[in-house]
Ligand binder design. Structure first.
Ligand SMILES: [Mn+2]
Length: 428
């Protein structure tokens, strides 16, 4: 008997990106496309590996959008297994989330969050009456852990202790990242590897770009572009077929609204007019034929002999829109005035900006913070993680913040203790 499923994640339903109603519908449409595929291919299950919704508190139309697609799946006899991500888990101070509402209403099996009185992970069978994290269906065992933030590593260790081998094909759903986003629920590959002999398919979500590792870890990528900078990444969903314990995995690219992603070095230009002209010319090269209005993202960088503020984003948008029909223009100005110390002529590549930022932070912290010099690198790293977290997250994870701060505090304390120890032993 063949069993098959579709695995997707990071739908981010309800995201009114750039305050555009069309973008709200785009996120819904990306999910509808996956549901179309699942129904056309008559799969048995559909897996949602977290971040079904863009935020914890969703509005009525977002709920309707989700229910419309879940209802189609239900009618087609496709069962849905879901976990929560960092974007849609229980709001702080509330008992349950909209995800648990959909579980209670019978739209999907929500798996996750089962601990004993000591706070240790336990495996508990899902039932309509109470939450669970394990569900055994014909020939397939689903385990769902959800998003665990800074506890990810510990929970995976606990799972490795209690999970027994099973003749059933085992799928583990986890909203985390392998070897990345370490400050935001990521985990290193060697920490999940002990599960490899008992988990056949690790269904991941969280990173918005496709990746797969060693034929057992699979991350589909967000079907729509949550950030237009993601546009050139591979993203979509998986179609998995299992027969006699053998699996065949196919990654299917999702359909998204087209994005023109333009990065331009403006070094050498001498006036805003030249900038507008160059942009129009470059877009002329890139603009193609579209079934849907594209979105245009323009990132400009380089050193200019005039103030970067003289380039008007609003004017630019107007010029672009008049010539190249598009839904919206996202404009990011990273140019600098020539001669300023932050000028990074080689196109202020991300790498160079990061290096520069690190150097500046390092110097400032060394001068101003009362921490052991050996701790400065860690302080810099944590400062940058806070910065990334604040800029990158729609909702701030208190857990992630506390995790980072605690790690830093422990590190500093250890170094202080060591310093004090050294001083004490030098005294004696
Ligand atoms: Mn996400």
């Amino acid at each position: 008997m063949e069993i098959s499923f579709v695995h997707c994640s990071d739908l981010h339903l309800g995201y009114n990106q750039f305050n555009q109603e069309e973008r709200f519908h785009d996120f819904g449409q990306a999910f509808a496309n996956i549901v179309d595929y699942a129904i056309d291919h008559q799969v048995n299950y559909l897996l949602l590996a977290g971040d079904v919704f863009n935020k914890r508190m969703i509005n009525a139309k977002t709920l309707s959008q989700a229910i419309a697609q879940l209802t189609r799946l239900k009618i087609a006899g496709i069962e849905v297994i879901a976990i929560e991500g960092n974007h849609d888990k229980v709001p702080y101070g509330e008992d349950d989330s909209w995800m648990s509402f959909l579980n209670d209403q019978g739209y999907f099996y929500l798996l996750g969050s089962c601990y004993d009185e000591q706070g240790k992970l336990i495996l508990k069978e899902w039932s309509p009456e109470s939450p669970g994290n394990i569900l055994v269906k014909d020939g397939i065992r689903f385990i769902g852990l959800g998003y665990l933030g800074s506890m990810t590593e510990k929970r995976i260790e606990e799972l490795a202790e209690i999970l027994d081998a099973s003749p059933d094909f085992t799928v583990l759903l986890l909203h985390s990242a392998i070897n990345r986003l370490m400050h935001l629920g990521g985990i290193s590959l060697d920490k999940v590897t002990p599960l490899k002999n008992r988990v056949n398919y690790l269904a991941m979500g969280h990173v918005h770009e496709f990746y797969q590792i060693d034929d057992w870890i699979f991350n589909p990528g967000a079907p729509e572009n949550w950030d237009l900078g993601e546009a050139d990444k591979v993203k979509g969903f998986f179609h998995v077929r299992i027969k006699d314990q053998k699996m065949e995995v196919e990654h299917i690219s999702g359909l998204q609204r087209p994005v023109i992603n333009l990065r331009l070095d403006l070094t050498g230009l001498t006036s805003p007019e030249q900038v507008y002209e160059k942009l129009v010319a470059e877009l002329g090269e890139r603009y193609g034929e579209y079934e849907q209005l594209p979105m245009i993202r323009v990132v400009i960088y380089g050193q200019l002999p005039f103030s970067p503020l003289a380039i008007s984003g609003a004017e630019l948008e107007e010029i672009i829109k008049a010539k190249y029909p598009c839904l919206l223009v996202e404009f990011l100005n990273q140019t600098v005035l020539a001669g300023t110390s932050y000028g990074t002529h080689e196109g202020s590549s991300r790498f160079e900006r990061e290096t520069l930022e690190k150097q500046v932070l390092h110097q400032l912290i060394l001068e101003r913070a009362a921490v052991p010099p050996a701790a400065v690198d860690q302080v810099v790293q944590t400062a940058r993680q806070f910065h990334d977290l604040v800029l990158g997250a729609e909702s701030l994870e208190s857990e992630a913040l506390i995790g980072m701060a605690t790690k830093l505090a422990q590190h500093i304390k250890k170094l202080r203790d060591k310093e004090e120890g050294e001083i004490a032993s030098a005294d004696s």
